[in-house]
Design a protein around this ligand. Structure first.
Ligand code: OGA
Ligand code: NI
Length: 353
């Protein structure tokens, strides 16, 4: 092992990326253009599209979409502003650093499963302010308002970010409706959960890494949210674990596409009909990489549990309910300092069969 990479970044042997990786390996690609020719309340007529989305959620938990309706210039604007921000000195970036109270802003010390991630990030909330619980303790009812922290430079970051958020949010709702329909539920069945959404957008920067066979940009994980809508640049590095054989597959960058992944909340709502997919980010020694995930998340007061329409005597609920705000708060806190609780996971709410 070279001395260029701090030991905190080094993955355990079994989690290190292989240097040859299958590209694209069958990840579904879905053309959303039928959405353009239908009125918002006529979505259920798009049976072909609904079936495609349902199959992708069931078989992969991961897919790519094209003709998604998010204007490319909005992505270009936030992308250039993000580049300018990450090019600032560490001292400058740390002026908008997150802390124990406010999880929004800049940080470069995230750990996934005890290994440090080879990346730096800037997080902002889609609603400003966003309401979450003040404490992760179950019996503490106090609430907290999260506010975005914007850097002075580049000045365009704030407006570009908020405009981008509004456009991606529309796409997220469309996907949510297609997913509802694919579960034989009314299109708007899930919309109410997002009325005071806690969605975040993350600007990710993965610098070139001298030891890409030892470290990861983000260690293997599943997204705890409902749905992730991710833009990546043309460098590549996102790997998804294929359900059929457990093989890591590289998600090929497709210009002007989004990567959609089912999060843990949809897994619970759907009572395991759809499962969140494990994924990770590999890094490389040559080129830096940028990505922008939108983490679509419900209101803090939502109690997450299998939807009653999907529960029956034959198929009983597979999860006990949990409060999203407390879950979110526990995650954010445990990722800031080591809590005396194990990193919270939906498996903790699984009802054993
Ligand atoms: C994440 C994530 C993927 C990427 O931030 O949760 O999986 O390509 N990011 O940056
Ligand atoms: Ni992720």
């Amino acid at each position: 092992m070279g001395c260029e990479v701090d030991w905190a970044f080094i993955q355990a042997v079994e989690h290190r990326p292989k240097l040859t990786i299958i590209e694209a390996g069958g990840i579904p690609l879905i053309d959303l253009s039928p959405l353009n020719s239908v009125s918002p309340d006529g979505l259920q007529s798009l049976s072909g599209l609904i079936a495609e989305v349902g199959a992708a959620c069931r078989d992969w938990g991961f897919f790519q979409v094209i003709n998604h309706g998010v204007p490319l210039d909005l992505l270009d604007q936030i992308g250039s502003a993000a580049k300018e921000f990450f090019a600032l000195s560490l001292e400058e970036k740390r002026r908008v650093r997150r802390d124990e109270v406010n999880p929004l802003g800049y940080y470069d010390t995230e750990h996934t499963k005890n290994a440090r991630d080879w990346k730096e990030v800037f997080d902002f909330a889609v609603q400003d302010p966003t309401v979450i619980p003040a404490s992760h303790e179950a019996d503490d009812q106090e609430l907290q308002e999260l506010r975005n922290q914007w850097p002075t430079y580049p000045p365009a970051l704030r407006e570009a970010s908020m405009e981008y958020a509004r456009a991606v949010e529309k796409l997220a709702f469309k996907l949510l409706e297609l997913i509802s329909l694919s579960l034989d539920l009314p299109a708007d069945r899930l919309n109410g959960f997002f009325k005071e959404q806690t969605s975040l957008i993350r600007l990710n920067h993965y610098p070139p890494c001298p030891a890409p066979h030892l470290a990861l940009g983000v260690g293997r994980h599943k997204d705890a949210v409902a749905l992730t809508v991710l833009a990546q640049d043309d460098v590549g590095g996102l790997d998804v674990k294929r359900k059929t054989d457990g093989e890591w597959v590289r998600v090929k960058p497709i210009p002007d596409s989004y990567i959609i992944n089912v999060g843990d909340i949809i897994q619970v709502w759907s009572n395991d009909r759809y499962e969140s997919a494990e994924h990770r980010v590999s890094v490389n020694s040559g080129r830096e990489r940028f990505s922008i995930p939108f983490f679509f998340s419900p209101a803090h007061h939502v109690m997450v549990k299998p939807l009653e329409e999907l529960v029956s005597e034959e198929i009983p609920a597979k999860y006990k309910e949990y409060n999203w705000g407390k879950f979110f708060k526990t995650r954010k806190l445990s990722n800031f300092k080591k809590l005396d609780v194990e990193n919270i996971q939906i498996s903790h709410f699984k009802i054993s069969e």
